[in-house]
Design a protein around this ligand. Structure first.
Ligand code: 3HC
Length: 302
């Protein structure tokens, strides 16, 4: 490896037991994929209701996966679902769940202070060898890591929605992430059946740095009166081969998420026109129209 290890493969921490903090769409999706690929997973959130909903969501998504993978063997499919679910345990106590974990992966609300408090607590509770990673889509990994004393064992693992379907994982190394940690996170991504790409700790990493300005530009194009939402979506699907048009995708990702990302970046780079505000997006978010999660966004209820 880069730092003079004779064999990084030998030095890698092999990740078998994972603690995932956050039972929302991303956390549950990551838990599902990890459990499906033979990892044991402790899924953590603040209350039992969220955890119950998360496990229900995992079961529902597994049924969709199995329908395809075990199309002609429904019994083997059911067996697979039960096996995967056995790999998932749930907890409302992050500190004790982190015990015995090779990796703690955080996918909670995009709030720096809350993430720092969580990792500060985890740093004291988790064994010394445990790696930490955040699935943040917009906050600097270094800022989150600064709440811990294991800067060398801290990186980013950024997944995409829907996690069971999207093949990419962005692996983010900060200036203090060790080569050993980075390699372990790369290998973990591969063990999940995903394709990792290496990213620097810069705003939006690769995908969101390109995707979010594109989504915002689609909104601005529409705001200028240069195309209907429907036509813009059709255009990008049929003219550029995207599976969803920008308005459909924005509703899918969540308008609050997009606004949160752009707000953060416009503070970091106020003069960057790519990070400018959209009045239309702001209005919808203010009205609580956040897309798929609330049933209404750029498009009305379906
Ligand atoms: N769990 C399991 N399987 C799922 C699933 C889920 N949650 N969602 C979809 N699938 C499966 C379906 O079962 C289906 O399988 P099949 O081909 O065997 O029938 C397959 O995926 C395709 O699904 P559908 O037929 O229902 O619908 P589509 O063909 O339109 O595909 C899609 C849905 C995969 C979501 C596709 O539209 C797509 O790729 N959209 C773009 C998604 C995208 O860009 N995501 C990234 C967002 S950015 C992000 O996440 C970063 C964050 O930081 C903001």
């Amino acid at each position: 490896g880069k730092k003079g290890f004779s064999s990084s493969a030998v030095r890698n921490v092999v990740i078998k037991h994972v603690t995932i903090i956050g039972g929302g769409q991303m956390g549950a999706g990551i838990a599902q994929v990890a459990a499906s690929t033979g990892h044991t997973v402790a899924l953590v959130d603040t209350n039992e209701d969220i955890l119950k909903k998360a496990v229900k969501g995992i079961e529902g998504s597994l049924k969709r996966v199995v329908k395809k993978k075990f199309a002609d063997k429904p019994e083997a499919g059911e067996e697979f679902i039960q096996k995967v679910l056995q790999n998932v345990s749930t907890s409302t106590d992050a500190g004790s769940a982190a015990q015995g974990s090779d990796l703690v992966l955080e996918a909670i609300v995009e709030n720096l202070k809350i993430k720092q408090d969580l990792f500060g607590l985890l740093d004291k509770a988790a064994p010394a060898h445990t790696l930490f990673a955040s699935n943040t889509s917009s906050l600097p990994i270094s800022d989150i890591a600064s709440a811990t004393k294991r800067l060398d064992k801290f990186g980013g693992l950024h997944f995409f929605n829907p996690v069971p379907v999207m093949k990419l994982v962005e692996v983010i190394g900060t200036p203090t992430t060790s080569q050993e940690t980075f390699d372990s996170l790369l290998n973990f991504s591969k063990a999940l059946g995903k394709t990792p790409v290496s990213c620097k700790d810069t705003p939006g990493f690769i995908v969101n740095r390109l995707l979010v300005p594109y989504l915002l530009e689609a909104v601005r194009l529409h705001e200028r009166g240069h195309g209907s939402k429907e036509d813009i979506d059709i255009a990008m699907k049929l003219g550029a081969g995207y599976p969803m048009g920008p308005f459909e995708l924005a509703d899918y990702v969540g308008l609050d998420t997009i606004k949160f990302i752009i707000d953060g970046w416009s503070v970091m780079e106020p003069d960057n026109p790519l990070f400018g505000q959209s009045e239309y997006l702001n209005k919808l978010v203010a009205e609580g129209k956040l897309g798929k999660k609330t049933g209404e966004g750029f498009y009305g209820k379906k």
